[in-house]
Design a protein around this ligand. Sequence first.
Ligand SMILES: C[S@@+](CC[C@H](N)C(=O)[O-])C[C@H]1O[C@@H](n2cnc3c(N)ncnc32)[C@H](O)[C@@H]1O
Length: 428
Amino acid sequence: MSEVDSVARPADAVVSAWFRARRQIGEEDRGEIIAALHALLRHQARLGWWLDRHGRKDTHRNRLLAFLTLVERRTPEQMKRLFSGAKYAPTILTEAEHTLVVKLHGGTVDSPAMPEDVRLECPDWAAEALRRRFGAEFATEMAAMLTVPPLDLRVNTLKSTRETALRALREIGLPAEPSAVAPSGIRVTARLSLGRLPGLKDGAIEIQDEGSQLVALLVAARPGDRVVDFCAGAGGKTLAIAAQMQNKGRIIACDVNEGRLKRCAERARRAGLQNAETRLLASETDRWVKRHKASFDRVLVDAPCSGTGTWRRNPDARWRSPQEQGVDNLAALQGRILASAARLVKPGGRLVYATCSLLAEENEDRVAAFLAAHPDFSVVPLAEVAPQLTGSAHPDYLSLTPARHDTDGFFAAVLQRAATPAPSGDAA
Ligand SMILES: C[S@@+](CC[C@H](N)C(=O)[O-])C[C@H]1O[C@@H](n2cnc3c(N)ncnc32)[C@H](O)[C@@H]1O
């Protein structure tokens, strides 16, 4: 917990490194440890509020004591037994800690005296923008982001079928259903250790939120197309798009982060892709972009963002990122990436702008600014690209939220470049 709090990396990365150094911990125990860590993170503001109320410091150990007492409802006697000081057990409770446990005993973690942002675990930096975005739905949306997400899988149709994958999951007793909308998606509602998932190691299935699968679907890449995934990261969407293209044509996964691209290449190999390659960029204006202007049928910009849509899945994210970068800086970077990546799009081709943010500043506002500066691009309404995607929170764009769609929060806009290049030649 202390490493998760003090290191700027996402909790999942910290936890993976922690487990790598402790290989003796079995799969089942790992699952339990991660679930407990996520539960603590989902209650962080409320536990801090209770500690403050009792005049205690918000230390990791105090937070754990408050969690076990208020959330897991352990009695003071149970706590004494748990904190036994034995091998692998935490050290014995001090007198002051025991007093805290006794004071908290019998209470609940939610209190009517708490400010709403504390009760909803909403960090200060995002509260105003999220209230603007959700209005009367703010509390419902925030509450949905405090629930435990399901496990979503995408079947790699180059290696398997959804029916085969569903059968394999059910054979080992997992409750698995086809995803509500994503054609290759599967939803597993039980908690399990990932090592048990059939097909994961050989690339027949990938772990991918249904919302992310739907963004890849909106790219609507056809077999034989030339496609760029401009912010490909470790390739979650690259893999989905390449499979959509039936391994035909070419998809180039670009990113400024070499480590992520390496991971993307590994995953592509495992998934059996022959139509994908990676390209490391020095920045969004890397010379490679200019050299390949107007060469691609589809360009996806899955932009770096505040990640507000992923709080349900990554409960530590709300306590981290934009404090480091600032939403204004992110929005400026998104604008620069979009403008540069747009140069790659052929006349008549499409640019898809996506984020896992819920904030208008990173979504609709970025698209509006881009369109104002690029009159040769226009919106292709969602109903035209994917009529099966009904219920989006925006009439023209894909806009998913955990409360409305039971997916991560995602935004995607499909923009088409006019078939005839603009006379100003702004593709240079
Ligand atoms: C939202 S993540 C991409 C997730 C990925 N598409 C997936 O589906 O797994 C955004 C990515 O943008 C990359 N990025 C950040 N700044 C960039 C830039 N200036 N040009 C291109 N990519 C950038 C980051 O390294 C990060 O991998």
